[in-house]
Design a protein around this ligand. Structure first.
Ligand SMILES: Nc1ncnc2c1ncn2[C@@H]1O[C@H](COP(=O)(O)OP(=O)(O)OP(=O)(O)O)[C@@H](O)[C@H]1O
Length: 757
């Protein structure tokens, strides 16, 4: 026992040194920040923007140092050469540049996650440090020595620390797993940047966790590349993004744009939802061609020549000329709106030639310029040229397709009349998530509306070049050398550029439709339609992507049933597949039951082994409500009261969710909220009801709203209804696999196949 106390005391001393160093670095970053700010808003614009850029660097550094307060160090490797290496959330060195703590993402930390008795990678002992605030409260050692291999163990590394993490009470926010990443997960996290990596895995296998840690790893390992180009993270909903939004900053990363497909297009907010069949049609790849045709339909030879008079001359806008000018403008392969200027110039030149001939001679350049201007402002000319080459926004183009049957018939002849009818919609209707990839396609083919935008872009490029020049001179002057942050000229220039020195890569990327990212991470990727894939792939020309999901959990009718059918059309063979097989969330009994149900329903389930047994994790309660909703609601409230008493803590940790088919959610939510004061007591009910929806410790959700989330306990109401809803048995599979501790099933109808072993 004394030995253990000594060990704890020794590790405490090491951890104390690390926190002292952390405090020093924080004080240093804050001191520099204060100095920069003290200089105030004086000096030349260049001085000011230099100061702003350094202020941003120091702020970032201070924020990064603040974010690693908890579990700063969590591991120690004892190596064959007799040295010890500490692993933590960031790397720390002393003033002589000697390593004190190795960043978990560094190659030197890899063995902490990967070493096994069979492949010890130079490691003799792996130690997990358990800490509470700055105190070391426990140690867990694994000797990587063949004599200690137990063939029956599941090969979980740091099992004690892992199981403690898995059993902890849930809040509305996901936490990082740096201390307990498992070997199969680590291999994925550190996999090569190049190409698309697809991670298939059953519910709770850590796909989201792995995707986020991979983003952090890539930003660390490929900082120069990704800091400038950014990483795009696409999730299924805003509430999901809120659930995960603290994971990346706590890993120390800010170069990430998190968004949904519905919000990916700047300026468009998709608030409506399409029915399954409509979403499916809008998700088909045929829209690439259909939008192209719709755009072409706005480049049209008129039915007859148009005559008009200018200065007493009778001029003709000839069909033949329009046809030639259209053909010539198309040959430039520019987007429609950008090519329009060329078309108009060409037509005006032809009309000016007619004028000259009728005028009986040469025009001086000055006269010709005046004629061109007169032609341009002649009403008949404006109308005819607009009809021939109509300037149009993506929104108008797509809205017209759905509002005007002839336009849709012309653009998408392969759709049946019944399918086209399904798409029919009034102009001005709100956008849906499945409209967004179509709008993006249209924006791509239409381009910017006018020359002004191009002029602005080239002005911005010039400013950036100037900023780069300036940044180089700053670096050469040594001003940045005094900073503790390594920075290159391009990065600094980005910050100096007049888009605002305080704008991060992520902010600039989010505002720019044509931004191309260095890497794209897609979570719950099975829900994406083929058109949504097309939209994403356009944003990452290198095809460097991490795609995580589970094709057995697909609830969207436009989503994927197999990865190859979803990805081959857009990535061809440029993707590789990895699988995760251990469920870290769901207790074994619940995971097994969910798997049996899913298999019986014919879902393409992946193998799944639960990391934990939790006794009594599954309860099946038949309810004899005789069809009366009120009685069923009573039963739900009783369970909520019981589970809340067991799992919901006053400190905000511990969550209970009632999951009920979409159609019944409203009434069940009302019933539960009305009964909360009785069930929990007035004060506790008031506390819970005052919580933000995403943090609420007692909540009523539809299966789809729970996607990607987890709770300590779930009350699942009438599984047969859930399986019969729009998402089918996949939604039931999702609902069943949300709890970390307990699944309570209330059912009046028969349970779906597979439920009872
Ligand atoms: N190595 C690990 N150490 C500690 N916790 C882990 C580990 N791996 C996964 N977890 C935890 O398991 C839970 C499930 O992980 P996650 O949400 O990433 O799974 P998922 O595969 O995305 O699930 P779903 O398919 O349901 O969306 C989370 O609470 C996560 O923190």
């Amino acid at each position: 026992m004394a030995g253990r106390q000594d060990e704890l005391a020794h590790e405490q001393a090491v951890v104390d040194v690390l926190y002292t160093r952390l405090d020093e670095l924080r004080a240093r970053a804050r001191g520099r920040l204060r100095e920069v700010r003290r200089e105030g808003p004086s000096g030349s614009p260049q001085n000011r923007s230099e100061r702003d850029a350094f202020a941003t660097l120091y702020e970032d550094r201070a924020a990064q140092l603040d974010a690693v307060e908890d579990r700063l160090a969590f591991g120690r490797l004892d190596l064959d050469d007799g040295t010890a290496r500490y692993v933590g959330r960031i790397g720390l060195t002393d003033d002589e540049q000697r390593s004190l703590l190795t960043d978990w993402r560094a190659p030197a930390a890899e063995a902490f996650y990967r070493a096994t008795a069979l492949q010890p990678a130079g490691v003799r002992r792996r130690r997990h440090l358990v800490t509470a605030a700055r105190r070391v409260t426990g140690l867990e050692d694994e000797l990587l020595d063949l004599d200690h291999v137990d063939a029956d163990t599941q090969n979980l590394s740091g099992e004690g620390a892992l199981l403690a993490a898995l059993a902890s009470r849930r809040t509305g926010r996901m936490t990082d797993i740096v201390a307990t990443i498992q070997a199969e997960q680590d291999r994925i996290i550190r996999s090569d940047l190049a190409g698309a990596l697809v991670v298939q895995g059953g519910p709770g296998t850590g796909k989201t966790a792995v995707a986020l840690h991979r983003a952090a790893y890539l930003l660390y390992a490929h900082r120069r590349l990704l800091e400038r180009s950014g990483v795009l993270l696409v999730g299924p909903s805003r509430s999901f993004l809120r659930y995960i939004d603290q994971v990346l900053p706590s890993l120390g990363e800010t170069g990430v744009v998190s968004t949904t497909v519905g919000e990916l297009l700047p300026g468009i907010s998709a608030t409506a939802v399409d029915d399954g069949p409509v979403a499916e049609i809008k998700g088909r790849l045929l829209w690439g061609e259909a939008i192209r045709r719709a755009v072409r339909a706005r480049e049209r030879v008129p039915e007859r020549d148009v005559r008009f008079r200018l200065d007493g001359h009778q001029l003709v806008i000839r069909r033949r000329d329009v046809r030639d000018a259209i053909a010539r403008a198309r040959r430039g392969h520019k987007p429609h709106n950008e090519a329009r200027a060329g078309f108009v110039r060409d037509m005006l030149a032809r009309l000016a030639d007619q004028y000259r001939t009728l005028d009986g001679g040469d025009l001086t350049p000055e006269d010709r310029a005046i004629v061109l201007e007169d032609l341009r402002s002649t009403r008949e000319v404006r109308v005819a040229l607009n009809l021939a080459w109509f300037p149009i926004t993506p929104e108008r183009l797509v809205a017209d397709l759905f509002a005007k049957p002839h336009r849709l018939a012309e653009a998408a002849p392969s759709l049946s009349a019944a399918e086209r009818d399904l798409l029919r919609r009034e102009p001005g209707a709100p956008w849906t998530e499945s409209d967004v990839p179509l709008l993006d396609e249209a924006a791509e083919l239409l381009g910017d509306d006018d020359a002004l935008a191009r002029a602005e872009a080239s002005a911005r490029a010039a400013e950036r070049a100037e900023a780069l020049e300036y940044a180089r001179s700053v670096l050469a002057s040594g001003a940045a050398a005094s900073s503790m942050i390594q920075v290159d000229a391009e990065t600094l220039a980005e910050r100096f550029a007049t888009t605002g020195p305080r704008m991060t890569t992520a902010e600039r990327a989010a505002a720019d439709r044509t931004w191309t990212y260095g890497h794209v991470v897609v979570d719950e990727a099975q829900e994406l339609s083929p058109m949504a894939w097309r939209m994403l792939v356009r944003r990452v020309p290198t095809r460097s992507m991490t795609v995580v999901g589970d094709v057995a959990q697909t609830s969207s009718q436009a989503g994927a049933r197999s990865w190859s059918s979803a990805l081959t059309p857009v990535l061809r063979d440029g993707w590789r597949l990895e699988e995760l097989t251990v469920s870290y969330r769901t207790p074994a009994e619940v995971a097994d039951t969910a798997q049996r149900m899913a298999k019986a329903a014919g879902l393409p389930v992946s193998p799944l082994t639960a990391a934990r047994e939790v006794p009594g994790a599954l309860e099946l309660h038949p309810v004899d409500a005789q069809g009366a909703a009120a009685r069923l609601h009573e039963a739900v409230v009783d369970q909520v009261a019981r589970l809340a008493a067991e799992f919901v803590g006053h400190d905000g940790a511990g969550r209970v969710a009632v999951v009920v088919a979409e159609a019944g959610r409203g009434p069940v939510r009302d019933a539960v909220e009305a009964a909360l004061p009785r069930a929990l007591g007035a004060d506790e009910a008031a506390r819970v009801l005052a919580q933000k929806p995403e943090d609420r410790q007692v909540t009523v959700l539809s299966p789809r709203e729970t996607k990607g989330l987890e709770f300590d306990a779930v009350v699942l109401v009438e599984p047969a209804d859930v399986a019969a809803g729009a998402g089918g048995p996949a939604d039931l599979y999702v609902a069943m696999t949300r709890p970390t501790q307990r699944l309570v099933v209330l059912h009046e109808r028969a349970l779906p196949d597979g439920f009872e072993g």
